[in-house]
Design a protein around this ligand. Structure first.
Ligand SMILES: [Zn+2]
Length: 376
């Protein structure tokens, strides 16, 4: 990986600072801006992010490298089933990258599984780029319509925005269900608007390959020290070649591990493992520190759990209060034992109605369903 001498002496910058001084980060005159996007706003007010013409070309070049990792070529026909509007950077980046690769692209969007299926029947695409939960809806619609997706033309699913693997790179419950329903190979991709960059897995599925001519990544602990290979910490990144809003040592708030050994695919660039959570969502429970994703992974796979939500409230200095609301036939004692065995913690478990759980998962004005509610 490219080394940046003395970089550790430069202070890091986090989202709070960037948010407070958003447009102070603009480094070119406004007349050079050609594209304006916003972040998704999962953690607070969305940031405004601006790109010059060269930044857009860099974005396309980055996405081309990402899709190349997934093995897409000019002979692929790809459905982009993500939002192209609402100022999201991702849809535009995919379109630019696929165009660079020379793929045939159909922007089917993320709103109607029935429409995507209809286009699939007519176009016989070879790949789809989408959020895994939307791909699951397409699979459900196909089953309802008597269409066997495993016999369909789509061989690759590029998954964005939601995890499909656990920390050991194995497919999680959602990933396995999607693979079984589609018969396609899954590729996870991770991107950050403020870095104008995305990383996609290769066939080996062992982390997203970093394009180190565009981005330098460090994984740091809470005290800002670099963590060894394979240890989970905060992803901190420095962009190369960005004109409008470059960042140096930007704390993304996402936690993952960096893997520096060469990949079996032959690429020697470092890889970023699955995102295990947001740094500010990390829970502490009687001396154990863990991310909600560890609990979610167990509950997703537990027998007799139809739906659930994890609620964290402020406890004392050493421990948060964690309650899991569950609907289904699973017993409280059985779930407690399972969570203790797999995560080393035993949160309070309470049976609840589907309605109560859904009201917490999807409060008014929420943009997406959540299974972790942070009230700390
Ligand atoms: Zn690889």
């Amino acid at each position: 990986m490219t080394e940046v001498p003395h970089l550790e002496s430069v202070p890091t910058v986090d989202k709070r600072v960037v948010s407070e001084r958003n447009l102070d980060f603009l480094c070119v005159p406004r007349e050079r801006i050609v594209e304006i996007v916003t972040t998704s706003g999962t953690t607070g007010q969305p940031l405004l992010w601006m790109l010059t013409d060269a930044d857009l070309r860099r974005l396309g070049a980055n996405e081309k490298l990402s899709f190349d990792c997934a093995g897409l070529t000019a002979s692929d026909t790809v459905l982009v089933a993500t939002a192209m509007d609402r100022c999201f950077i991702a849809g535009a980046a995919y379109w630019l990258g696929l165009r660079e690769l020379g793929c045939a692209v159909a922007r089917v969007g993320p709103s109607s599984p029935a429409y995507v299926l209809e286009v699939m029947q007519r176009l016989q695409p070879t790949a789809i780029v989408a959020v895994p939960s939307f791909l699951r809806l397409i699979a459900a619609k196909a089953q309802e319509s008597g269409i066997d997706l495993c016999q369909a033309s789509v061989k690759k699913l590029v998954c964005i925005g939601e995890p499909i693997r656990d920390r050991s790179f194995a497919l999680n419950a959602a990933g396995r269900a999607l693979e079984a329903a589609s018969g396609a190979k899954l590729f996870s991709t991770y991107g950050v608007t403020e870095l104008a960059n995305s990383l996609c897995e290769c066939e080996a599925g062992r982390g997203g390959h970093l394009h180190d001519q565009q981005l330098f990544v460090e994984v740091l602990d809470d005290d800002g020290r670099a963590l060894p290979n394979g240890e989970v910490g905060e992803v901190v990144a420095t962009t190369f070649g960005v004109e409008a809003m470059p960042v140096i040592r930007y704390r993304t708030g996402d936690c993952a591990a960096l893997f520096r050994e060469p990949c079996v695919c032959g690429r020697v660039t470092p890889r970023i493992g699955p995102i295990v959570g947001r740094k500010n969502q990390r829970l502490k429970f009687k001396g154990v520190s863990l991310f909600p994703s560890a609990l979610q992974a167990v509950l997703d796979e537990a027998d007799g759990v139809e739906t659930f939500v994890i609620v964290a409230t402020a406890g004392n200095e050493l421990s948060d209060e964690i309650e899991v609301l569950v609907h289904g036939s699973a017993s409280e004692a059985g779930l407690r034992e399972l969570l203790q065995a797999r995560t080393k913690i035993t949160p309070r478990i309470r049976r609840a109605s589907r309605e109560e759980i859904e009201s917490l998962q999807l409060p008014p004005n929420a943009r997406k369903r959540r299974t972790f509610v942070d009230l700390r």
